[in-house]
Design a protein around this ligand. Sequence first.
Ligand code: GTP
Ligand code: NAG
Ligand code: NAG
Ligand code: MG
Length: 382
Amino acid sequence: MMTPMRYVVLVLGIIISLHFILSFSHEDYGKATSFSNISNQFKGSTGRPPYADGVPEEYRHPADVASPPQERKANATFVLLARNSDLNGMATSMKQMEDRFNKKFQYPYVFLNEEPFSDEFKERITALTDAPVEFGLISKEHWYQPDWIDEQKATEAREQMVKNQVIYGGSVPYRNMCRYYSGFFFRHPLLQKYKYYWRMDPDVTFFCDLDYDPFLLMQDQKKVYGFTISLYEYEATIPTLWDTVKEFMGENPDLITEGNAMGFVSDNSGQSYNRCHFWSNFEIGDLDFWRGETYMKFFEFLDQKGGFYYERWGDAPVHSIAAALFAKKEQIHFFNEIGYRHNPFQHCPQGDTHKQGKCWCNPKDNFDYEWYSCLARYDKLF
Ligand SMILES: Nc1nc2c(ncn2[C@@H]2O[C@H](COP(=O)(O)OP(=O)(O)OP(=O)(O)O)[C@@H](O)[C@H]2O)c(=O)[nH]1
Ligand SMILES: *[C@@H]1O[C@H](CO)[C@@H](O)[C@H](O)[C@H]1NC(C)=O
Ligand SMILES: *[C@@H]1O[C@H](CO)[C@@H](O)[C@H](O)[C@H]1NC(C)=O
Ligand SMILES: [Mg+2]
């Protein structure tokens, strides 16, 4: 029995063989259909997102524990923002990262906190890995609500959000955190020596063995931003965010990248925000993208509007909108192989990918194409 997919592969195989026979025997045929020519013609309308073909074989390191560590490494680190009280949750996340991936790849960790980490925190975290771990203090100017924020206006906004039962609506620390991840973490001195980062939250789950290095994939393919889950933002947390973005776009049309992913965040070419965002508790990204002039200008513009405090702008929509406008769509990557859960949603790889990763999640519990997911919009970009 042959599945339809196998027929397609077989037919493709025959076409490709014929192609090679013809290219060698007829010079002109070869010239007219050289691969660069074909790929140029179909660029941007392949109908297939970049993740659909899986991970190139050369990136894979089979699960063999005895195999030597990979020789080539990316310029990369894990980033974890945490309070001392997040210790247990961070240990949970990190132990899984070590077991599923990092004991083979040995990337360093950077922990950040606006208060000094306790000795207990440092000891228990350092015990989990052989890779280097650094603990950094966040400067006050990078963390706390700036003086120029009208505290009365901010208080009123928080009270209103509490009344409306907006999640974390009454919290100032949560707002500090969102603003920090939006505009400051990549400026921390401990992160200057790195180009790529992988953000981790406490109490997340990694379901699958990862036998390839996502950082190298980012680096080799010049990716800017990677995600596993995308969804809709709560309107109540960002009422004026898109108006602000439009104002920025109006003043800086030259900063909007050609071939961008606007279609992910807007269904009408930018008139309104569809509230889609990449869920930023998981991020694999390019620190230099955030540190670059364009994003810095964008963040400063948003920040001076005060929406991190007068509303409750999240780092997820801010990062997502920026990635959608300032990167090329191919530079945004869906990490399909990384089975991941942050309550209450999970991405569980399907089919062969599930098998290859020896994933332990139930494939039926998968957010990818649930009604509240935005993955279909990402797919439609290609
Ligand atoms: N140092 C520090 N870290 C914080 C603070 N608030 C949150 N974090 C960290 O910031 C990240 C995001 O915070 P979370 O509380 O997980 O926010 P969330 O993912 O939106 O919400 P949850 O559903 O509660 O996980 C986590 O890594 C937290 O440990 C804070 O006040 N200080
Ligand atoms: C692509 O193919 C056309 C013929 O169809 C040829 O004229 C053209 O020179 C080719 N372009 C490149 C870049 O090879
Ligand atoms: C890693 O990246 C950072 C930021 O781009 C850069 O400053 C640093 O020199 C790089 N390190 C190496 C070893 O390439
Ligand atoms: Mg979290």
